[in-house]
Write a protein that binds this ligand. Sequence first.
Ligand code: C5P
Length: 397
Amino acid sequence: MAKIVLGVTSSVSIYKACEVLRGFQKAGHEVQVILTPNAAKLVSPLLFNSLSGRRTIVELFDEDHPWSIAHVALAKEAALLVVAPATANIIAKFAAGVADDFLSTFYLAADAPVLIAPAMNEAMVLHPQTRDNMNRLRRRGVEFVEPAKGYLACGDEGWGRLAEPEVIVRRGLELLRRSLSLDGRTVLVSAGPTREYLDPVRFLSNRSSGKMGYEMAREALARGAKVVLVSGPTHEVPPARAELVPAETAADMKKELLKRFPKSDIVVMAAAVADFSFPGQSGRKIKKQALSGDLKIAPTPDILKALGERKKGQFLVGFAAETDDLEANAVKKIKAKRLDLIVANDVSGPGIGFDADENQALLIDAGGRVRGTPKMSKRELSRVIWDVIEASLGQRS
Ligand code: C5P
């Protein structure tokens, strides 16, 4: 039994929220309802109290519980947030991070999966501002049950009708299942670039932002895994529940990963390890005049290959960034590094790959099966990659 938080906002389709609530209860879950103050003008909280068997939350500051910070306490317990029906207003507030009522404050405090079922007039649902807000939330991992076409409260026919309660409940239960799909597994993720120092001031590195690896870690956490994130220097905010292990050079990263490899079930090597380092690195800053000659470089250790050689049942995922012959080069790497899956992306195009928010990839498994993805946010791509990893693990067992 999980605790599902049902956010209800002020749409005329509010009556359908009762059936959504019932659907989750029938599946064996406990439901805590949050009504926005406007929704509480349409329907009394008493109705939801009776249905849920719990006191419905409406106000951000509750006189009966002046000391408890209820939105934070509830955020820790919630396994899923479903907002049905969701108005254009609550979607805009979530997208902008406005927290001026209990529901929008709770959204910021919770890190449970979020499912939104919008309901509004067709002009509002199709308005570019609403589409923008929805896309912004999608990029952050929020999922939507798109409104259906049909008879609307305003008397119009069109898009904007709340999806059927059973569809909302089914999607909610899917998200709940997914939130536990990696339960009990330890996932080791590497991310970001490495820096290879010439002297204390200068280094060789690359354009990796670390975004893809951080999203892989975030999604693994969202699916219930224990996550260790070995990260090169990045500007990304690490996911709160991951164990963060900083590693600056390829040699550091190798050491940290090898140490943790035996206790890991799945290893995602998303780091862009620098290919070369400077042998005989100087402990003092080298004078400019002394640098005019050729610099000696030597290859860094191939960490992934080393992991592949030590594999004992771990599922090993590599990444490949290429500008030419994407598929052929990726297939070679699967064999050379004994991988189970490779995520290959073309870094020659603008707006995808290195330091971008979006990516487009080919996923190739050890059996040679190739799946292409459309261009999508790194957040969404991490979900696709984890679905493929889980499907492969399912076939193994
Ligand atoms: O051979 P290439 O560097 O293109 O392979 C990319 C994959 O290998 C990535 O998963 C990357 O993290 C990993 N790699 C590594 N050690 C290196 C270079 C790359 O583990 N020195």
